[in-house]
Unconditional design. Structure first.
Length: 341
């Protein structure tokens, strides 16, 4: 078989581990050949390919990012996009496609499968918000990067007697903020699932200063204040209709200074969370996903996504994988609230 491979959406530690596992097992055990598509769905749209063989994947296990490149291209917003993809696959005589990505990338994969394209999905998102899998690779790395930043910021906050607000990724789900905040000993955690009351946040800040400690606030980029409590700004949309986020950390810092009179500074981690070498956990999980994805292709089991359930890798329908996001439940947030203030 000739199998196409692409990585779509935001880059993520562990992508190269998936690619490596797919090619090593696919070529070595099953004698399959591979074609890499450049820059997500843009690759099959433009028939832009990358050499993908065993030599191409040597040494990439510890590397962050993706050797195939990525983009947020949505073929369903481009005139004739799906037809162009099908024509490319036919012209290159590709027998199957492995799509590695998050909600948007796999949503496109699901629609293409419904139109007859043989595709297998691999879940990728640092936000850990895909509902059909317990964990996604990249999440552990992002949490560890954020935790290390929080650890470092504690000392400078104490030295300068100021509040520090750490803005982390998380559009609709606050898993990174929750885990990094708990691991890093944050005094307040703000997540998209729970609109926050800025007055209560400021009360936590003042209480912390009364105990002669400097507070750390971890805020997910998608966190929002409760209605009528604080003004926020809107952003432009990307190709999948998502608002380009960023800035809530500075808005929270400004409100804290205005309401408490205490100095507040913001650290926006942004793409630092996406970059660099993946943790051991993410390397292993991504490798296992790749091994099981090529098994699914070899067996002709298309329209599925590989997923982690407890410690097992299973296959779930792409329709289930993209049905709903996995958000932080109230009981998990309640665990963190014990440490607020």
């Amino acid at each position: 078989m000739l199998i196409g491979v692409l990585t779509g959406g935001g880059d993520c530690p562990g992508l190269n581990a998936v690619i490596r596992a797919v090619v090593r097992k696919g070529a070595g055990l099953y004698d399959h050949s591979f074609v890499g598509f450049a820059d997500g769905w843009r690759g099959p749209l433009d028939s832009s390919t990358v050499t993908l063989d065993v030599s191409a994947v040597r040494g990439i296990l510890p590397r962050g990012g993706t050797i195939l490149g990525t983009s947020r291209t949505n073929p369903y917003t481009i005139d004739g996009g799906p037809e162009k993809i099908k024509a490319t696959l036919a012209d290159l005589r590709i027998d199957a496609l492995i799509a590695i990505g998050g909600e948007d990338t796999l949503g496109v994969a699901k629609r293409l499968y419904d139109e007859g394209v043989p595709v297998v999905g691999v879940p990728k998102t640092i936000d850990n918000d895909l509902g059909a899998t317990d964990y996604t690779f990249g999440f552990d790395t992002a949490v560890n990067v954020a935790m290390e930043a929080i650890d470092r910021l504690h000392t400078t906050a104490e030295s300068h007697h100021r509040a520090l607000i750490v803005e982390v990724m998380g559009r609709h789900a606050g898993w990174i903020a929750l885990h990094a905040g708990l691991a890093g000993g944050a005094n307040v955690i703000l997540i998209p699932e729970r609109p926050f009351d800025i007055a209560k946040v400021c009360a936590y800040i003042e209480h912390r200063f009364q105990d002669h400690y400097a507070p750390i606030v971890v805020v997910a980029e998608g966190a929002l204040p409760a209605a009528g409590t604080m003004a926020t700004s809107d952003g432009e949309l990307d190709a999948f209709g998502h608002v380009r986020l960023g800035g809530i950390g500075q808005q929270v810092a400004d409100e804290i200074e205005k309401r408490t009179g205490k100095e507040a500074r913001t650290a926006v981690l942004g793409h630092i969370q996406r970059g660099g070498t993946p943790t051991a956990y993410d390397r292993v999980l991504a490798t296992r996903f790749g091994l099981h994805a090529i098994d699914a292709v070899h067996e002709g089991d298309f329209g599925v996504m590989v997923a982690l359930r407890a410690t097992d890798i299973v296959r779930v329908p792409l329709s289930e994988a993209t049905a709903e996001l996995k958000t932080v439940p109230p009981e998990r947030f309640a665990e963190a609230e014990v440490f607020f203030g």
